[in-house]
Design a protein around this ligand. Structure first.
Ligand code: MG
Ligand code: MG
Ligand code: MG
Length: 298
């Protein structure tokens, strides 16, 4: 069934790319990405000698399995011209389809967790597969610090680490998170779009980017660039609001930059805001701690 493509979301992260690779390998499908992979994902694939999937190109007329997302706004732009035959995900659902299809969604910390559990016998015999699944799991759960982490993620990770021959799982996790190229050297557009998602909140377009770092200094040094970029993006692309969350995974908190209605941010996060950003202690997860509260104020 090489004519079935497994694909993750735009601005591909490690969980999305690894899940596509692993599910395609299990099913004999073809893994693809919607765009270039980031440095963190390259680090994980390279460590276990796994090749980088090709890009999908046009989705028109293709049979797709969606992993690690389900919302059309996060799929390739021409997704409406493709046939979605299956979904495996760990996000809220915003999907409709004219035909019944297989959908597997579980409230766990990564799509990798779902695959590692469901296909544990296959994964047990494949060191590289276990290794990249572990990298994806640790990335998405921010080395178990994200509130999206469940006991199941920790149990599955311990099994994967054993198969993959990773003795110090926590150190491997931090190495994975550190592999993202230095923020200081990148165009600000690449920093914000490296992990960026569009949402539809009550008919309004909202974009939310996130970066995870081990120290916020480089982000603070470029704060005005970030704010200018967000304001520009909002004005040019018809957004009601654009948010950029810079998460310090060691301090376990985030500086949240935004362009849009300040009152909405204050209400969503129940805090006072001066200027165009606010530090929120304990904020680690876009999915659990940003998307639901912002959607609510819309
Ligand atoms: Mg993802
Ligand atoms: Mg994920
Ligand atoms: Mg993520």
């Amino acid at each position: 069934m090489a004519d079935v493509y497994v694909i993750g979301h735009k601005s591909p992260d490690t969980d999305t790319v690894v899940s596509a690779i692993v599910y395609a390998r299990i099913k004999g499908y073809t893994p693809v990405t919607p765009g270039p992979i980031n440095e963190e994902t390259a680090f994980v694939l390279n460590k276990f000698g796994v090749p980088v999937p090709g890009e999908l190109g046009s989705a028109e007329g293709k049979k797709l399995v969606l992993v690690d997302h389900n919302e059309a706004s996060q799929s390739p732009d021409d997704i409406a011209k493709a046939e979605v035959i299956e979904i495996i995900d760990h996000h809220k659902m915003n999907f409709s389809n004219p035909n019944p299809i297989a959908i597997l969604v579980e409230p766990v910390g990564s799509t990798a967790t779902i695959l590692a559990k469901k296909y544990k016998d296959v994964v047990a015999k494949d060191k590289a597969m276990a290794g990249i699944l572990l990298g994806a799991l640790l990335s998405d759960t921010v080395v178990f610090k994200s509130p999206t982490t469940t006991q199941e993620d920790k149990d599955v990770a311990a099994v994967l680490a054993k198969i993959a021959g990773i003795d110090d799982m926590m150190k491997f996790g931090i190495d994975v998170k550190k592999a993202k190229a230095n923020i200081a050297d990148k165009p600000i557009k690449d920093v914000i779009f490296a992990d960026y998602k569009n949402f539809d909140f009550a008919g309004k377009k909202v974009g939310i980017g996130q970066t995870e770092v081990v120290d916020l200094t480089d982000v603070y040094n470029r704060a005005s660039e970030v704010v200018n970029f967000l304001n520009d993006l909002k004005a040019k692309e018809g957004y009601e609001m654009v948010i950029f969350v810079a998460t310090d995974i060691i301090k376990e908190g985030s500086e949240l930059y935004f362009a849009g209605d300040k009152a909405k941010i204050e209400k969503a996060f129940n805090t006072k805001v001066e200027g165009n950003s606010v530090y929120i202690p304990g904020l680690m997860s876009r999915k659990k701690q940003v998307v639901p509260v912002v959607e609510k104020v819309f």
